[in-house]
Design a protein around this ligand. Structure first.
Ligand SMILES: [Zn+2]
Length: 215
């Protein structure tokens, strides 16, 4: 009987997590000669992945080579093969964006041409002229639009989205208050470069919770 083909099952954040965890093993191998230490890290990686990635048995088997990785080149090519199983972000076109930001006059559209939907956990772009930052997020199978301002003067700090130490700037959103005409501002430091930020998101729930809190 023919084996049933495995359908894409990894979110972009899951895929980032696999890469991050694989690096942890490779870094341990590079810095420690103690096989017990390497074994321990392999075990921790396996635990971290199985706790955070929802998988069937056959899907779990498919990612097993990550735990036994010994050299970078093989690991990288293995990760590349796994791209087949990444669920891409919902397709976004110029008209999707216009309908998501209907109320926004003079909306500056992003360049969608070279966008790799298998590499984004959230989609963000800037209007440098107005200091606006626009974000599109997938939540409960729907696209959610978020608008804020982004301060250009960046500093080194922790990004509220990917939790990494990076060049960050203040992202400010406004929430309407109970009294008409009142607003509450929320300011958080996030990565100035949304592309690299995306590559470091390993837990989509945390990212969704963050955006929920500020909108
Ligand atoms: Zn970030």
């Amino acid at each position: 009987m023919e084996k049933q083909a495995i359908q894409p099952f990894l979110t972009v954040a899951n895929y980032n997590l696999l890469g991050q965890q694989m690096n942890k093993i490779l870094q341990t191998i590079a810095t420690s000669k103690d096989t017990n230490v390497v074994q321990t890290v392999r075990g921790l990686v396996q635990k971290e992945i199985s706790e955070n990635v929802v998988m069937t048995n056959s899907e779990a088997q498919l990612i097993e080579p990550i735990y036994s990785v010994t050299e970078r080149a093989a690991g990288e090519s293995y990760l590349q093969d796994l791209k087949l199983y990444v669920i891409p972000f919902k397709p976004i076109t110029a008209s999707t964006i216009k309908s998501l930001f209907k109320k926004e006059k003079k909306l500056k559209l992003p360049n969608l041409e070279r966008l790799d939907f298998q590499q984004i956990c959230y989609f963000a772009w800037d209007d440098l002229g107005t200091h606006r930052k626009y974000v599109i997020l997938e939540q409960d199978d729907k696209l959610k639009a978020i608008k804020g301002t982004f301060a250009n003067n960046t500093v080194r700090g922790i990004c509220a989205i990917c939790n990494r130490h990076a060049d960050v700037g203040l992202f400010t959103t406004s929430i309407k208050g109970n009294v008409v005409g009142t607003y509450t501002n929320h300011s958080n430091y996030i990565c100035a470069d949304s592309d690299t930020c995306n590559q470091h998101v390993t837990d989509m729930n945390k990212t969704i919770t963050f955006f929920e809190r500020i909108t």
